[in-house]
Design a protein around this ligand. Structure first.
Ligand code: PEP
Length: 248
């Protein structure tokens, strides 16, 4: 199991009811024994979760939501979706703290969301990463430390958390950190988590402009267990190419 690689498709606010069918190619591909180490997770918009859940039912592909509300109880939160509702639709994962939402939510709210999701037995894809300004000001470590330590407050078990390192400036921009920088930051995250949550298993993945052209380079990073992929996951062919290049 520890040998598995995660390929998480974040569809953001793209896709509609017809595009669900385009994933049939990926479903077929996921049954190829050669790529059995690939754990594929689709995170479509909320309105497509049920359809995705049905269409992938007979495969090993899992489904995740892109966010959730922090409340563990139903309540007057217009427009929000709880972890409980996400679970009830057949999803197993939820993305929390994505950089495109971080300007609307604090580290403490993110912490509450993670607690709520874990209580519902959802696995959490927890996003962390610095802005370009923070990188330029040389405070990346400080930012990562704050994001991780606040988000993990009062959380004892982290085996159901996937840590997605996504430099905010690399998302949707076509820019990538260089390998030395990426190695340094992933190492830092790894040390930080293992110091505080001793002996527990957890996974670190990378996200930010991953595509089939650059994935081979990213695979040189030790300890990476997969990728969170935005735009390159929208077309089945591109998504499959990334997986093929990652697993041989
Ligand atoms: C993302 O949405 O998490 C992401 C990494 O997007 P992109 O691959 O498009 O940069």
């Amino acid at each position: 199991m520890t040998n598995n690689m995660f390929f998480i498709a974040n569809w953001k606010m793209f896709g509609d009811i017809r595009s669900v069918n385009s994933t049939k190619k990926v479903i077929k591909f996921s049954k190829n024994k050669k790529y059995k180490r690939a754990q594929i997770i689709y995170c479509p918009p909320y309105t497509l979760l049920e359809k995705f859940s049905k269409i992938t039912k007979k495969s090993k592909i899992k489904i995740g939501a892109q966010n959730c509300h922090y409340s563990q109880r139903p309540g007057p939160f217009t427009g929000s979706i709880s972890a409980n509702l996400i679970k009830s639709i057949g999803a197993n994962y939820v993305i929390i703290g994505h950089s495109e939402n971080r300007s609307f939510e604090s580290d403490l709210i993110i912490n509450k969301k993670i607690i709520s999701a874990l209580k519902e037995n959802l696995k959490v894809i927890f996003c962390i990463g610095e802005t370009y300004k923070e990188k330029k000001n040389n405070i990346t470590f400080r930012v990562l430390k704050r994001q991780i330590s606040t988000a993990l407050k009062n959380i004892k078990k982290i085996n159901n958390i996937i840590f997605a390192y996504e430099p905010r400036w690399a998302i949707g921009t076509g820019k990538l950190p260089n390998l030395a920088e990426l190695n340094k930051n992933i190492n830092y995250i790894n040390n930080l988590i293992s110091e505080t949550k001793k002996k527990q298993t957890y996974k670190i993945i990378y996200g930010g402009s991953v595509n089939s052209e650059n994935v081979s380079e990213l695979l040189k990073i030790k300890d990476l267990k997969g990728f969170l992929i935005g735009s390159a996951s929208l077309k089945s062919k591109n998504f499959i190419d990334i997986i093929k290049k990652s697993i041989n």
